[in-house]
Design a binder for this molecule. Sequence first.
Ligand SMILES: [Zn+2]
Ligand SMILES: [Zn+2]
Length: 430
Amino acid sequence: MGASVGPMYSGMLNELGDLLVDEIDIDSDVVDDVDADIVEAIRGAVRLRAAADHVLARLAAQAERVGVAKRSGMRTRELLRCNGMTPTAAIRCLRVGRALPELPTLRRHSAHGFLSGEHVHAVVEGVTHVSIRTHSPIGSSAMAEVESTLVRHAIAGAGPAELMRLARAAAIAATPPRDSVPAAEDATLNEMAWHQSEDGRLQGTFDLDVLTGERLISAIDAASRPRPMPDGSQDDRSAQRRRADAFGQLIECAVRASSADATVGVPKTEVVMTVPIGDPMPIRLNWLGPLTERGALLVGCDTSLTRVDVDSNGAPIAVSETRRLFTGAVRKAIVVRDRCCVKCGAPASWTDCHHIIHHTDGGPTTIDNGCLLCRSCHTAVHHQGWEVFMGPDRHPRLIPPASVDPTRTPQPAYHRRTMRLDPDVRRHAA
Ligand SMILES: [Zn+2]
Ligand SMILES: [Zn+2]
């Protein structure tokens, strides 16, 4: 494309955008309620999006080559972000744009809008993966073959994850046996990365060899089995949620196992919390930032916590001892009494000790003010309306939220439910 065509083309892109926007009435449907019309419109919009992604990738690479961003003192991906792209999309777009000149088959299909931006990115990632693993440069005939295989599968309907699987398989098949360790079993390639999302959550990816992966899956699988609710009804957490809960639990268990107090399972995870004094600034965690007061109560219940009070300029005024409230004999006694999570029956070594009356409300750290709750049940008590109180027999009882049980009938602790000795249960049965 010659230099003289550039300005016309950039004007055309904006005109196309205007045209699309002007033609579509924001208050009515895009097309009539005719199946064939809707499907055709979807196909058209998908192709438009794919073609636009292609143009964007090429523009990103061009901006980088010409040094547009550098002249404004930023990186190309920042330039993309400044113009409305999300951080992940900007990185992907640039990666695709850089790779396209060397991948003619992919470039052709991408330019014609036959492959979505996600598919194109997956092919780029796949070819790059095989190229690194086999030490063959992109552009070599072996890589051209990998490229066209992946493109063929993408057109035939393979999704991005499937394309990566195919690429890994191709890399393993192409690695000479004398290189001994295939990529799937090579722990030196393992990676784990994370970033904080815009809503403050932690998101991440990992890339593990099969053995580590197998250990991870079997550990999570064992810890993520459904556990019944106190009334015997099914665990209503989704499989994904149960796996995430199990992951949190395993981290906790791992640090407990190496702690001096391992027999009673005292976690060692340490949290540093910054509390601004006389200032509306939120309480902050050291790594991940703002925390609600409710969240702080949960953290304060049973974590090794260091509290740093700061003034309005963020300068520390006071720092607490790093301490954990339920330790040693008190925790042991509570484990003897409760045996397991009082809500779901998860093993005692997985549990936090919950302050029945919050520590910050003056609740003492005593046997009668503590009970065992696993991390997901602990969250349910602090955030989802479950309540705990100590019964007259000095065993904890749970009151479900009204959304679970409109009568809010107290339930005995888990290991006492099956015994049927609990006075509350007897009274209900009578
Ligand atoms: Zn539980
Ligand atoms: Zn608690």
